[in-house]
Design a protein. Structure first.
Length: 288
């Protein structure tokens, strides 16, 4: 169950409305780095959480916080659109609307939303639910969450650099700070689970004796000239402490693929069929 408070989580103030910046803020709303993504990601991870209940409750808390961030950004979009031209015909004589559109304003903020935020990115592409990661594996999800917060914080810092509006800089500074906390929060869960030596390889519940262990910690070089990029990943103990890094030069371990004939009802080209018929005829001749 969710509850709503009429006040925003943090103040949102726009000193000088900017329709172009409103479009840029859409990326933080409905883009792949945006708040809808992390909100749904944490909530769906919580809805399917199995095991200690504290992780479910923590995810619910943070997912609910992200709803508040969506509300803040949607408010910021709306405030930045205040004063934007509603009538293109009226403004064309002054070239303001044309200038705004050519300068980067999203015309759908006029045509579709009535000067409000939408569940789209900065290019107007609708939010995509396939971006939401909820694997059922706590460690895997935490890494996905760190990535989501890292790209989200990167986006927020770029938006901070893109505006000179004091109110927008203040709001973004708050969101950047929350991204800092959430990165650390997810890393803290990983540490609590055992860190690199405890959670890896993910899933750590699968017996490594069942994998081809000669490949478990080998860097595969596909360079044709034998030059392999040397680094921490090519020698020494593996990060999970369960093996030694090595290098395997790119030598094929498999055979040349040989596929079966085209299915007659799949209607491949007759040349494909005739080539196969020729092989069959030769085989018949050999076999007598």
């Amino acid at each position: 169950m969710f509850y709503h408070d009429k006040e925003l989580q943090y103040k949102v103030r726009v000193d000088k409305p900017n329709p172009v910046f409103a479009r840029m803020l859409q990326q933080a709303v409905g883009g792949i780095e945006g708040e809808i993504r992390v909100c749904l990601q944490y909530l769906f991870q919580a809805f399917g959480s199995r095991g200690p209940s504290k992780y479910r409750y923590m995810l619910l808390e943070t997912g609910t916080e992200e709803i508040g961030h969506i509300e803040m950004l949607a408010t910021a979009v709306a405030l930045n659109l205040e004063g934007a031209p509603l009538s293109l015909k009226e403004e064309m004589a002054k070239d303001q609307a044309i200038g705004a559109v050519m300068g980067g304003m999203d015309v759908r903020h006029v045509l579709s939303s009535g000067l409000s935020a939408m569940a789209v990115d900065a290019n107007g592409v609708p939010f995509n639910g396939s971006w939401v990661v909820g694997s059922g594996n706590l460690a895997a999800d935490m890494y996905a969450n760190v990535m989501a917060e890292s790209t989200g914080r990167l986006l927020a810092t770029r938006l901070w650099e893109a505006t000179d509006d004091p109110g927008m800089k203040d709001m973004l500074a708050f969101l950047i700070a929350r991204d800092t906390m959430h990165q650390n929060q997810w890393l803290a869960v990983l540490e609590e689970l055992g860190g690199p030596t405890g959670v890896h390889p993910i899933p750590n519940s699968f017996p490594q004796s069942e994998e081809l262990q000669q490949y478990s910690y080998a860097f595969m070089s596909t360079s044709i000239n034998g030059e392999t990029p040397q680094g921490r990943w090519t020698s020494g103990p593996s990060i999970d402490g369960k093996g030694e890094f090595s290098v395997i030069q790119g030598k094929p371990a498999g055979d040349e693929p040989k596929l079966g004939p085209p299915a007659p009802k799949g209607h491949a080209q007759k040349e494909q069929m005739s080539a196969f018929d020729t092989i069959i005829d030769k085989a018949k001749d050999v076999l007598g």
